[in-house]
Design a protein around this ligand. Sequence first.
Ligand SMILES: *Cc1c(COP(=O)(O)O)cnc(C)c1O
Length: 398
Amino acid sequence: MGKLVSFRKKSNQSSAQKTLKRALPVYTGTDEQLVRRRKPVKPLQIIKPAVIEETTRNFIAAFPGKVLYAVKTNPHESVIAAVAKGGITAFDVASIEEVRLIRACAPKAEMYFMHPIKSPEAIREAYYRYGVRHFVLDCEDELYKIIRETGLATDLKLHVRLALPKNSGASIDFSSKFGAVPMEAAALLRKCRTVSETLGLSFHVGTQISDASVFAQALSLARNVIDESRVKVDVLDVGGGFPVFYTGENVPSIATCMDSIRKGLREAGLGDMELLAEPGRALVAEGGAVAARVELRKGNLLYLNDGTYGGLFDAGPLLGTRYPVRAVRSEGVFEGGTMDYRLAGPTCDSLDMMEGPFALPADIRMGDWIIFDNTGAYSQTMRTAFNGFGRCDTALLV
Ligand SMILES: *Cc1c(COP(=O)(O)O)cnc(C)c1O
């Protein structure tokens, strides 16, 4: 027994500590220069801490409340360090592994456990070992679980997660994975009020939104839920979803999103509540790039050494994100203008395809590299070892 316990303790610490100790190669200059110098044989993840720091600082300045970083977007320790340097003091964590990671990387940071479904073990460890007090929930059974696992704690700060109607057309559809529908949310707020030191209401409009008015609509719904609950709600969490521009899509700017939030708060009369946001993508996407090598060309189809099972999941069939791309050749120049390409990842799976289209040099060939910009969010965190192709290297560009 004693052996088992000490083994478990040790492995808990080592995963976080190992991550911290890995020293990364640091480069200066542009990412084209980095690729020419390094000639990466494996896919290369490039992290730009100064970009992340600045983007974070700008977001914090634009948002009228406290900003939490959604750790799942990119949990790399140099990304955590960069958002912290940019002013983030609190993190949205969704698992006990993320709790451990943040404690190891940012020991003083506050953590909000924002996954509505938590294991009893995770609640206990988060509360007792890591001092987590903020927990989200979207149903009564989870409330009882939290109360039980924290030993009827009197210092909980609970947040009720509200489901939002699908914002396609006029039909009201509460079919998302998480969240309580308005009547349930109001009843839950009432129940939580009796055991919660501070009480919050939260929602998440979904990722990479295309219409900023979803924030104002959600705030109006939040107002109704708060009224219906007839209890004092202290904190309002507007979630994430703030978009990033890739190629060709029409997305609102961060400033437009903030205008929608301000308008929604004003119209709903919620202006004096404490506000939270939990962006992921908007803080870190622009601070990351992926360099992949062209292994073969067949006409307008390029086979790469990274793909949808690697760092380019979002470019695959599900989302079809068209990351901005640049081609790099180690010696010589590209000629003949550009043309549209489809890209294929290295695995044998037919889902490992990125239809784009991606505009690249007409004379691109095997041995050239492609740099995918704005891949700091939901890229490395989705990487798998499928087919033995998962490995990539990481470099810091300062
Ligand atoms: C993923 C997630 C976020 C971050 O979303 P982005 O679109 O990256 O800003 C915020 N809140 C919740 C609840 C999430 O699940």
